[in-house]
Design a protein around this ligand. Structure first.
Ligand code: MCA
Ligand code: AMP
Length: 506
């Protein structure tokens, strides 16, 4: 019987010479393909020895390391479900994810073991391990005693491989359930579409707890048997230094903005590069054009979501890569634009983007009602993005119907921040809006209204938020005003607030 486990496909793409270098790190380590094979086998055997129930979740909040990537691959290999968590998340956020996902295994960094294990044990998790970026911690100590031979567990295409939490416009985060088939189909399509070839080398500079760094980048390199130059964090100077050794780079727009600030970014530095991919947030046309002028390369912009992995891409070859567009629907993806009445719109007209395809997720974890709401009667997923298909078939995203700020490639949901602010003493109400920012693309600004008789200290409000929420969610500025602008229906007019504050950082 064919094994549809994503790991089996990635493993099958390893090069013949298992002793060649698979990953080279920024602290001088080299991992061979054999190291990946053995390391993932040992970690998979450790998971197996825990006798976890079928479909068990493995929740992981650790710093970026090759071992953390191996833990992801080992979870696939052992047939369990990987749940990556942003390292910026603090205790209330982690408590929610662990409480909701009920993982059988939690892996955290050593410095967080105290509070994370407390949350995990309270939620019924039996196994809590530590893993640090310097290859220490109880996870590797335990795995060291496990066999380095492991048979990849049989999986079907619809079996779950990962759960990615994405915040909702109302209420709490939802866990998007992705299957082995969702991710393998996407990886294979991108391998072909982006022309991955023998000898490609990827600079991996993104975090590995979201789709871009964990799936698009890692799957892309592995399914092509390509070496990765692995940077533990994004450092523009180091990226520029490594460019001559690489052929492929992937980044969110902020990474491109920061690279452009490096004088060393020249045509000469990019001489061996084949492909620069951008996504996760809109790439400004100025960045697109400046990159072209400086490097001679045209950034390929693509569009995706946690719920769907990649949906559209500018062409690699053949047609032109058009700045300000996200290209064509990928092979196998059906994409349409509909108006609020459900009418499919012709080219050029703006409406809600809906998609269907083998990459579209299995639904939200334990939220069948929410899942139903997000799909149309004929099975298309409503992305919440607003756009059009231009006269040449390129998809253009013009906005979002969901109230979402994308800051440096991370999603920030105003509703979540407003709920925290509204709970603070003396606050009557608040609104968080996104405004343009030269580095992060967009950042949040909070506007607060005091209760009668109260005076608000806006710096104190930001400090309180900082103590509770992931740092990238903290509004960059906070203003106190007497009333929020509302329309005749009583709805806060965020467009007015955005307009008032749009020049704060530009
Ligand atoms: C850091 N800070 C931020 C952000 N990152 N503020 C707003 N937005 C951000 N993204 C703030 C911190 O709160 C801190 O503020 C200060 O900047 C320095 O923090 P530090 O961690 O040192 O920042 P950094 O290392 O310079 O990080 C910037 C970054 C990072 C490299 C751009 O945000 C990043 O790696 N972004 C990539 C996100 C990503 O991979 N997204 C893909 C999602 P203070 O000092 O005040 O505390 S996948 C996805 O969206 C879909 C599926 C898709 O299509 O790919
Ligand atoms: P996430 O929930 O983190 O998966 O973020 C998905 C959202 O990021 C999409 O619904 C889009 O709003 C946005 N996004 C991803 N890629 C692009 C892009 N190239 N241009 C504009 N928005 C993008």
């Amino acid at each position: 019987m064919k094994n549809h486990n994503l790991f089996a496909a990635l493993r099958a793409a390893f090069p013949q010479d298992l002793d060649s270098v698979a990953v080279e790190t920024d602290n001088g380590l080299a991992y061979s393909w054999r190291d990946l094979e053995r390391g993932t086998a040992m970690l998979a055997n450790l998971l197996k020895s825990l006798q976890l129930p079928e479909g068990a979740r493995v929740a992981v909040q650790v710093e970026k390391s090759v071992e953390a990537m191996m833990l992801y691959l080992a979870t696939l290999r052992a047939g369990y479900v990987f749940l990556p968590l942003n390292t910026a998340y603090q205790s209330a956020e982690i408590e929610y994810f662990i409480g909701n996902a009920e993982p059988a295994v939690v892996v955290c960094s050593g410095k967080n073991f105290g509070w994370v294990s407390k949350i995990a044990f309270k939620a019924g998790t039996q196994n809590v391990f530590t893993l640090d970026e310097d290859r220490t911690g109880s996870l590797l100590d335990r795995a060291a005693h496990c066999s380095d031979k492991h048979e990849v567990v049989q999986r079907q295409p619809d079996d779950l491989a990962a759960i990615l939490y994405t915040s909702g416009t109302t209420g709490r985060s939802k866990g998007a359930m992705l299957s082995h088939g969702n991710m393998l189909s996407n990886a294979l399509v991108l391998k072909d579409y982006w022309g991955w070839q023998a000898g490609d080398v990827l600079i991996h500079a993104l975090p590995i707890f979201h789709v871009h760094g964990l799936f698009v980048a890692i799957h892309g390199a592995l399914i092509n048997g390509s070496k990765m130059i692995w940077l533990s964090r994004f450092d523009p100077k180091l990226v520029v230094r490594k460019l001559p050794e690489a052929t492929v780079f992937m980044g969110v727009p902020t990474l491109y903005v920061r690279l452009l600030a490096e004088p060393g970014l020249t045509r000469e530095a990019c001489r061996n590069m084949r492909l620069f991919v951008a996504g996760s947030a809109p790439l400004l046309i100025e960045t697109f054009t400046e990159w072209q002028n400086r490097t001679g390369h045209t950034i390929l912009e693509r569009y995706g979501m946690s719920e769907t992995a990649m949906l559209t891409s500018n062409p690699y070859a053949g047609d032109e890569r058009r700045g300000g567009t996200v290209g064509f629907p990928l092979p196998g993806v059906s994409l349409r634009v509909r108006d609020e009445g459900g009418q499919v719109l012709p080219a050029g007209e703006i409406g809600g983007i809906e998609v269907q395809g083998p990459n579209v997720f299995q639904g939200y974890w334990r939220m069948p009602e929410k899942t139903k709401e997000e799909f149309t009667a004929d099975g298309f997923f409503k992305t919440g993005d607003v756009g059009k298909i231009d006269e040449r078939g390129y998809v253009v995203i013009v906005g979002r119907s969901k109230d979402l700020i994308i800051s440096g490639g991370y999603n920030v949901y105003p509703a979540e921040i407003e709920a925290y602010i509204n709970d603070l003493p003396g606050v009557a109400e608040s609104a968080v809006v996104g405004v343009p920012h030269p580095d992060f693309g967009e950042v949040g600004v909070a506007i607060v209204v005091a209760r009668p008789g109260s005076i608000l200290d806006t710096e104190q409000i930001l400090a309180e938020l900082k103590a509770r929420l992931a740092n990238f969610k903290i509004p960059k500025r906070c203003f106190s005003i007497s009333d929020l602008p509302r329309n005749t229906m009583g709805k806060v007019q965020k467009n007015i607030l955005r307009e008032q504050h749009k020049a704060l950082f530009t």
